[in-house]
Each structure stands twice: as C-alpha cells, then as structure tokens.
Design a protein around this ligand. Structure first.
Ligand code: ZN
Length: 70
C-alpha cells in the first residue's frame, strides 16, 4: 500500500488514480459544477469572465473546461 500526498492540501493518503484526497475531491467536484453551471448560463462568457465570477484560478477553470469538453 503506497502513500502519497494529496495534490491540493498535502494530506497523506493511500494512492489512488487521482491525486486528491476525499475532502479535496468533493471541493473539486463542486467547483467544477459551479464552473459548468456558469458557462451554461452564460454561453458567450470568456474564461476571464468565469475567473471574475467564480474567483477560481485560470488554471483551475481551464482544467474543468478541458475535462468536460465545454
Ligand atoms: Zn486534500
């Protein structure tokens, strides 16, 4: 059983396919939902609009867009 640090909070956890611990994964998923919802409600929005509206980092938003092929 291999232990790794969570990619977000650094908490030690058993290695899994993703690098986030359970708590961070939950936050990650809810952030993704906020981003998805905002883009759905504002089809003409740019990534910068999403940054300003959600307060999340550009990297974080691009990650979600990539992941969901928005
Ligand atoms: Zn974590």
């Amino acid at each position: 059983m291999e232990l790794i640090n969570c990619g977000r909070c650094g908490k030690l956890q058993v290695q899994r396919p993703d690098t986030l611990c359970r708590d961070c994964l939950e936050i990650y998923i809810s952030e993704s939902l906020v981003i998805k919802e905002f883009i759905k409600m504002n089809p003409g929005a740019t990534v910068m609009d999403v940054v300003l509206h959600t307060g999340y980092s550009l990297k974080r938003i691009n990650e979600t867009i990539e992941q969901y092929k928005i």
